[in-house]
Design a binder for this molecule. Structure first.
Ligand code: KG4
Ligand code: ZN
Length: 360
């Protein structure tokens, strides 16, 4: 059973072919970083335009690399939501037209379910079975969600962010300090050069569901810290560097980043990681999880990976490889496999749903 996956919910146009939900035959990702980088974030209108340009060659490349013809596919899966409507529509419209001409059935996939399946896919590929129930933390630029997953396809929402997603906090803090977009990878590279305990940020006090996250207070605390230190000159030097080189290497960033700022980055990253893992540990205990899955762009963070292995959560913790942590289509094709097994196909009236929840 081979499924073509198409993903276009944000700023990556991706297509992949996955066999039996466990073997990636091809995975092609066209990133729009160069388009959005100079604006300090994703510009929705530009994203749709870039998806329109990329979707046909990206799908063609995925089919060619997998050496499969359209008619030989068991299904075509596409991200229905959540995401940017204009971007989602490009993938959905193209997927529907491919189904129409080939007679292959269509499967709609929730992007968040895709992130969870990135991990299940890789474990299956290694011949490993992830023990259920599992606690899934999906942590990216758009999501910070905790789910109980009793079996693939069965989810219960345990908690989510009440304001910014963790990746969004990385991006906003980096932008504020002149590091450009996306901020997560830069902070990840520079944090090891700073002292993570130099600044102690106070933890957000939450009422109600204690599994919920909040990152906007931390972002404001970083803003106050920056304002009180008069850092305009060094921030301007970094913006200058970005104007001459849209993607500076870590060494170049280090030349324009003094020690106190490295301490700030390290302390910020430590606080985010502690917040994520504190919630993970508590929720895993609540549901008596047999394993933990961490996925989404922030799952690339090396500090988070190290901390997760060091805190000994008592059960195995699974991260996807970095290429499957950020947005990709292999995860969409993998998630579609369980829909295919259940005969859960989509009508040709499928449309984009910007706020599609995983659990209703
Ligand atoms: O999953 P993803 O590609 O797209 C969304 O669904 O949002 O995640 C992108 C997010 C961005 O906010 C980016 O800054 C963050 O993931 N990110 C990281 C790292 N790599 C990407 N955050 C922290 N450390 C990283 N190494
Ligand atoms: Zn994502």
């Amino acid at each position: 059973m081979r499924i073509l996956g198409i993903e276009s919910s944000c700023d990556e146009t991706a297509a992949a072919v996955v066999e039996n939900g466990e073997r990636v035959l091809s995975s092609v990702v066209a990133s729009q970083l160069d388009t959005h980088g100079k604006y300090g974030g994703v510009v929705p209108e530009l994203a749709s335009r870039e998806h329109l340009r990329a979707v046909v060659p990206v799908v063609r490349a995925a089919l060619e690399q997998a050496r499969i013809r359209l008619e030989d596919l068991s299904a075509i899966a596409v991200t229905e939501g959540p995401g940017l409507v204009g971007s989602l529509l490009v993938g959905i419209t193209y997927a529907k037209s491919l189904c129409f001409v080939s007679g292959v059935p269509l499967i709609a996939v929730n992007h968040v379910e895709g992130h969870i399946h990135a991990v299940i896919l890789e474990a299956r590929g290694r011949g490993e079975v992830i023990p259920f129930p599992t606690l899934a933390l999906v942590v990216s630029g758009g999501h910070t969600h905790l789910f109980e997953c009793r079996a693939p396809g069965q989810y219960r929402l345990l908690g989510k962010t009440r304001d910014d997603a963790a990746g969004e906090a990385f991006d906003k803090v980096a932008k504020l300090l002149g590091f450009g977009y996306p901020g997560g990878p830069v902070v990840d590279h520079l944090a090891p050069f700073g002292n993570p305990t130099a600044i102690r940020f106070t933890r957000a006090k939450m009422k109600g569901n204690t599994n919920d996250f909040s990152f906007s207070g931390l972002k404001t605390a970083v803003l106050r810290w920056v304002e009180s230190r008069g850092m305009e000159q060094e921030i301007e030097r970094r913006r200058e560097l970005l104007r001459t080189n849209p993607r500076p290497a870590p060494e170049q960033w280090l030349e324009v980043t003094p020690a106190p700022t490295l301490d700030l980055l390290a302390s910020f990253q430590r606080t985010v990681i502690e917040e994520l893992l504190r919630h993970v540990a508590r929720a895993a205990e609540q549901i008596a999880a047999a394993s933990i899955i961490v996925s989404g762009g922030v799952a690339c963070n090396s500090g988070l990976r190290q901390a997760a292995s060091a805190v000994r959560l008592g059960v195995p913790v699974y991260f996807p490889t970095p290429g499957l942590s950020t947005d990709n289509a292999a995860m969409i094709a993998a998630a579609a496999f369980i829909h295919l097994e259940r005969g859960d196909f989509s009508a040709m009236s499928l449309t984009a749903r910007a706020n599609l929840p995983l659990v209703t």
